[in-house]
Design a protein around this ligand. Sequence first.
Ligand SMILES: *Cc1c(COP(=O)(O)O)cnc(C)c1O
Length: 405
Amino acid sequence: MRDSVKLSSGRSYLAIPGPSVMPDQVLQAMHRASPNIYAGELVDMTNTLPGDLRRVARTEHHVAIYIANGHGAWEAALSNTLQAGDKVLVPASGRFAFGWSEMAEALGIEIEVLDFGMQAPFDMDRVAERLRADTTHQIKAVLGVHVDTSTSIRNDISALRDAMDAAGHPALLMADCIASLGCDRFEMDAWGVDVMVTGCQKGLMVPAGISFVFFNDKAAEARSGLARVSRYWDWVPRAHPEWFYQFFGGTAPTHHLYGLRAALDLIHAEGIEQVWARHEILAHAIWAACDAWSEGGALAMNVADPGLRSHAVTALRLPSPRATDLRSWLEENLGLTLGIGLGMADPNTPEWHGFFRLGHMGHVNGHMIMGLLGGIDAGLKALDLPHGRGALDAASNVLSGAHSD
Ligand SMILES: *Cc1c(COP(=O)(O)O)cnc(C)c1O
């Protein structure tokens, strides 16, 4: 009987690491007629956004908004600070470091990748050593992905700044916080980050379509030193518009701005410190369940050391093709969608089917995480995948505060 009945009708749950679950408040804010884009409410509302974005990024400096996904913000950050022939150093702990460096390469920038594999964070000693060897300061920027969404490694960006300072190197520190902003603690100014890029569809809970580049005065100076910057990507008018039109170099992304306003209201009503703490506890509940499943089973978290894991995404392994089987079963039978193992193996290879990821970023709470874990628990049973018992008990212990893990 159970086999012939699907249990997927009802509210579906997209538990992938971006796009994330959208709050009703964001959806409702976007459900409206087109506003006047020259004067009035939209213009006034948009003027409130930079200040509240800065509070999320923990910076006093500048922010430019682009009608683009995260890839656009990557290109914008590079286009405003570097030119063809410049060199960048890219420590890598996952696919997204390579993605950003490939974008730099396409702009004629010379890239040097320090690859730390798919299970380890940046080795700061090696970064410092490489920078020390660059006595003529050919390296103009260090590109660091804070949370690499492919592996769920969280890099210590503050320690990356320390490594650069220890080497006495003047390169710009540029951070990709597309997965981490609004989930994992990030302090742009206190950590000495010169440029930070992020998108809107992960911790910021808005549908994909706008992205952000934050930059300080040192980065602004690098921009001034460039012979030419693409008119569209130039951050100067966007961050310091003399009239509204310059914010976006064209028609404003009206509905995304309303959605963003609603999302920022939610974040600041909760408080950014509390938002980070919520993500931390929910992540610990997920890991407690994964630890239980792992015992005597084949499931394994990609990152062994909890101190190196992001609170926004968890990458997991199951022997191929069981990861894909599990994802398919959950989507078809329970209305629950898990993330693919992006970047962990090439698509069209058997290995591809041995990885999956859980997104737990943004608009997620305790009962959603218990639903996510309960679904996976049922899937492991339905597919007869060997796994340890007690995962839900372990997770609810974390949520209850009985064991703080
Ligand atoms: C999602 C993501 C990107 C890419 O963002 P898009 O909006 O898909 O272009 C880049 N870096 C990281 C760390 C991400 O998580």
